[in-house]
Ligand binder design. Structure first.
Ligand SMILES: Nc1nc2c(c(=O)[nH]1)N[C@H]1C(S)=C(S)[C@@H](COP(=O)(O)O)O[C@H]1N2
Ligand SMILES: [Mo]
Length: 194
């Protein structure tokens, strides 16, 4: 029955929403010319760092992923279709050093989000520029946001500008502010002490 199926898609203590709440700390970046004001940097434990222009990034092969959003503040939004650049396409541009075990996403205004390398490389993760068929709006992360479907949504950095590969895990922005290092919604890993 439909309700049974639905229930199984909602992690503990989450509530369904049909809207699309906006949630972030700080300002929404404004750009007038992405060619000169935006680039994407892949750095840290790679053999050679890479910096891509907006045009180079957008010229990479496209992909699609569908996820259920689970925000740590308690709302969930099902069946989101994201179009963007799959992580595996970005990874073809660099060679990882063997010590690389963790990833830090870097976004505008110094926002960061950390996750294990294995989670970052999971098929289905992408750098999105469309949500449900429409270009991302600035408040939802335009021109590009990370989407990692299997973790709480705070790991899906909006206005993402780079990927850093690390040997040891480090706290990102929300993790420094008390959120869990990993953030599995099904295990309710909301806060550092969960
Ligand atoms: N750059 C940036 N990305 C961010 C955040 C932020 O504060 N800054 N907050 C995260 C949190 S807590 C959530 S729930 C989602 C919200 O995304 P939305 O506004 O598109 O719903 O963005 C995540 N990505
Ligand atoms: Mo969140």
């Amino acid at each position: 029955m439909a309700t049974g199926t639905m229930r199984n898609r909602i992690p503990p203590n989450q509530k369904l929403t049909t809207g699309f709440p906006v949630l972030h700390y700080g300002d929404i970046p404004e750009y007038t010319d992405l060619s000169t004001q935006w680039n994407f940097r892949i750095f840290g434990l790679v053999e050679e760092e890479v910096t891509l222009s907006y045009e180079q990034m957008m010229a990479l092969p496209k992909g699609e992923t569908t996820n259920d959003i689970h925000c740590v503040t308690g709302w969930s939004k099902l069946d989101n279709v994201w179009e963007g650049i799959p992580v595996e396409e970005v990874m073809k541009l660099v060679r990882l050093k063997p010590e690389a075990k963790y990833v830090m996403l870097h976004a505008e205004f110094g926002f960061t989000a950390n996750l294990p390398l294995a989670d970052f490389l999971k098929p289905g993760n992408l750098f999105a520029y469309k949500h449900n068929g429409e270009e991302l709006t600035p408040e939802h992360g335009w021109p590009l946001r990370f989407v990692v479907p299997h973790l709480y949504f705070w790991k899906s950095a909006k206005w993402v500008r780079g990927i850093e590969f690390m040997e040891k895990d480090r706290q990102g922005f929300w993790e420094r502010n008390g959120y869990h290092m990993y953030g599995d919604p099904w295990k309710e890993q909301r806060f550092a002490w969960d």
